[in-house]
Design a protein around this ligand. Structure first.
Ligand SMILES: C[S@@+](CC[C@H](N)C(=O)[O-])C[C@H]1O[C@@H](n2cnc3c(N)ncnc32)[C@H](O)[C@@H]1O
Length: 218
């Protein structure tokens, strides 16, 4: 029998997952950073998009509102949060395909996507999970396809470093330390991506958020 995948839920405990959306609205500059990720990704109506770790589906709904003809998929390891996403997607009236990830194999064919987006997921993953996820994303991107990640990055100053501590206590030091040390670009490169760039930093109540992009050339 396959082991249950190990993962850190959106707010660490399953019973808190339903509070994720209200908390995001209250505590972070949610709209600003989601808009920044969409701007960076420069989505086109002809794109096939995946949101890796889509959570409650907020970003995917924003994609479809702006680019109704783009084909949008979301994948997440947590079946509880996917249930919330299913409800929100249904209410939105958009066609968005949501899939479950077992933490090992992304349920998509090779070279299927033009762009993969991911927001606030990689600080939930241990180093080995980060690399496995990135290699999986590399496999499902077409040549020339792009990865756009938004997540906690290197703290911009000592205040931002301090503000990030609650997230580290909540989501675990082992999972979050690569992020705050600014190692994500190196890890993305190690997984096979080219042209890895940190494009933007946004300071929030919980530390510095960075936006990274990378391309699959080979
Ligand atoms: C903080 S939430 C962010 C959700 C969403 N991307 C957003 O921006 O609102 C982190 C998400 O990562 C998911 N996650 C955690 N570990 C994962 C893994 N190994 N693979 C895929 N998703 C994972 C969680 O289930 C959760 O939905």
């Amino acid at each position: 029998m396959r082991e249950k995948p190990r993962f850190v839920p959106a707010l660490k405990f399953d019973w808190l997952t339903r509070f994720f959306d209200p908390l995001m609205k209250l505590s972070m500059v949610e709209k600003r950073f989601r808009e920044a990720l969409l701007f960076q990704a420069n989505i086109k109506d002809s794109d096939i998009i995946l949101d890796f770790g889509c959570g409650t589906g907020t970003l995917l709904i924003m994609v479809k509102e702006r680019f109704p003809n783009a084909i949008a998929y979301g994948v997440d390891i947590d079946s509880n949060i996917l249930k919330i996403a299913q409800e929100k997607v249904k209410d939105s009236g958009h066609e968005i395909f949501l899939n479950s990830y077992d933490g090992i194999l992304l349920p998509y064919g090779d070279k299927m996507f033009d762009k993969v987006l991911s927001s606030l997921v990689f600080h939930h993953l241990a180093r080995d999970q980060k690399i496995a996820a990135l290699k999986g994303i590399h496999r499902i991107l077409r040549r020339g396809g792009e990865l756009h990640i938004l997540d906690f990055g290197k703290a911009q100053n000592i205040l931002m470093r301090g503000m990030f501590l609650p997230i580290q206590i909540f989501d675990g030091f082992a999972n979050t330390s690569d992020n705050v040390k600014g190692l994500l670009p190196k890890i993305i490169e190690e997984a096979g991506f080219d042209e890895v760039v940190e494009n933007k930093r946004i300071n929030t109540l919980f530390g510095t958020i960075s936006l990274y992009s990378a391309v699959k050339l080979g």
